[in-house]
Design a protein around this ligand. Structure first.
Ligand code: ADP
Ligand code: MG
Length: 431
């Protein structure tokens, strides 16, 4: 499909009610991925869609899936005793489950027909989720682990799911989720629509994706100037020990009001956030070892601009949509080019301008060159006055993973699997 003329939601086949929902959400024109995905989804086709971070992938499946749900739901019992779950959206993180549910509810709210969205994720008590699912839910948005727990408790039946969405599909297909995903798939009807969305699909994952899909519509929004997020990328060479001071310097000189800082480990989140806080920067940590309540609070407060800096791991690299987040900093470099793409994609969303700064040390320089090659950027390595590097690169060692070398807590089994998957990825030249 050509994207020459601007197409409206109406022309894509979206009904009047959903056009109005989209308008109320502030979506006046469809984004490129919405232009290409909405039609095939409405036609019941499987979809494999790769489109840039912040390009509106959520609504690209939410809008047409709601329409499909309206059609099937209207033909059923007027007052069903229990709603059957027809749509299942899987996501890799709890925060993303909440975010996608919010988009679904916002777009479904104006519709005449009531559509119930169930949100399911771990780290919080299972009982309220069981209670809320008692009368069923038309759509369930879930992280895989808790979803399986609820099925085991007979709180949820996935036997009627007609539409399966994997948001951040490549993450869900990688090793860290493989076992859980297989268990979920085994609970679904074989005949169903499969919709896979992500900004990245490494070749290995692509093969796994193919096994799930039947004659899919393949959508790739090419990296043209027009379709690439507007993110100014910078790389600054600095000594490992001077990174916090450099970060403070940048925050002060650029008057950055809100910064998302990525580090390699949970321990480093606390460590860097504490150092910044003690130096007078309103900084806090966000990572997987915090209670779910604390995680939710930090994210909400960050969105309300009550924190200047949030220091996080790759937990926050995927999907999280923070409007007007101007700056992302890689304090430690990401493990893979895929992670780099997702991390910096937290800024420059929905057409906004963003900035992404990566700190490169003597020890991580070789790794940085590799990331650059794989994402096809070549940035000048800046040296800032007062932060001139003095460290020399360590001797080559297979144990040096180039992620900054900060030692943290022992990684969990899941971490290890994810890390193995990340390392196993033979990275594609693009994305
Ligand atoms: P992705 O999943 O591709 O990273 P999201 O679905 O999170 O991106 O959308 C990014 C931002 O773009 C969100 O804040 C969303 O509200 C906004 N958005 C989505 N579709 C449109 C549209 N058609 N017009 C304007 N803004 C949109
Ligand atoms: Mg998304």
């Amino acid at each position: 499909m050509q994207e020459t003329a601007i197409v409206s939601f109406a022309q894509l086949g979206l009904n009047a009610e959903l056009q109005s929902s989209a308008a109320q959400a502030g979506f006046t024109v469809p984004t490129p991925v919405q232009m290409q995905a909405i039609g095939p989804v409405l036609h019941g086709r499987d979809v494999l869609a790769q489109a840039q971070t912040g390009s509106g992938k959520t609504a690209a499946y939410v809008l047409p899936v709601l329409q499909l749900l309206m059609t099937t739901a209207s033909s059923r019992d007027e007052a069903p005793k229990k709603r059957t779950t027809q749509v299942l959206v899987l996501v890799p993180t709890r925060e993303l489950a909440t975010q996608v549910s919010d988009v679904l509810r916002d777009l479904a709210r104006p519709l005449a027909q009531s559509i119930k969205v169930g949100t399911v994720f771990g780290g919080v008590s299972i009982n309220p989720q069981m209670m809320s699912l008692r009368s069923g839910a038309d759509v369930v948005v879930a992280t895989p682990g808790r979803l399986l727990d609820l099925v085991d408790h007979n709180a949820l039946n996935l036997g009627h799911v007609q539409h399966l969405v994997l948001d951040e599909a490549d993450r869900l297909l990688d090793l860290g989720f493989a076992e859980e995903l297989q268990r979920v798939l085994a609970l679904l009807p074989a005949k169903r629509q499969n919709l896979l969305f992500s900004a990245t699909f490494e070749p290995v994952v692509q093969t796994l994706a193919e096994a799930l899909l039947h004659d899919p519509a393949r959508i790739t929004i090419a990296h043209t100037q027009e379709h690439t997020p507007d993110i100014a990328q910078r790389a600054i060479q600095v000594d490992e020990k001077s990174r916090t001071a450099l970060l403070r310097h940048l925050i002060k000189t650029h008057v950055w009001k809100r910064v998302l800082v990525f580090v390699a480990t949970r321990y480093a989140c606390e460590h860097v956030a504490n150092k910044l806080y003690k130096a007078g920067v309103f900084a806090t940590a966000f990572h997987g070892e915090m209670s779910q309540g604390a995680r939710q609070d930090v994210l909400a407060e960050f969105k309300e601009e009550r924190w200047e800096v949030v220091v996080t791991t790759d937990l926050a690299a995927r999907g999280i949509d923070i409007a007007q987040l101007p700056v992302v900093v890689n304090y430690d470099l990401p493990r893979s080019a895929t992670d780099y793409t997702h991390r910096i994609g937290r800024t420059g969303r929905a057409g906004a301008h963003g900035e992404a700064v990566s700190f490169v040390t003597a020890a991580t320089l070789a790794h940085w060159q590799l990331i650059q090659k794989r994402v096809q950027v070549q940035l000048p390595l800046e040296v800032l006055e007062g932060f001139e590097p003095t460290e020399v690169p360590p001797p080559a060692s297979p144990l040096n993973d180039g992620t900054g070398g900060i030692k943290g807590k022992r990684p969990s089994k899941k971490d290890k699997l994810r890390a193995a998957a990340a390392h196993a990825e033979p990275l594609a030249p693009k994305d």
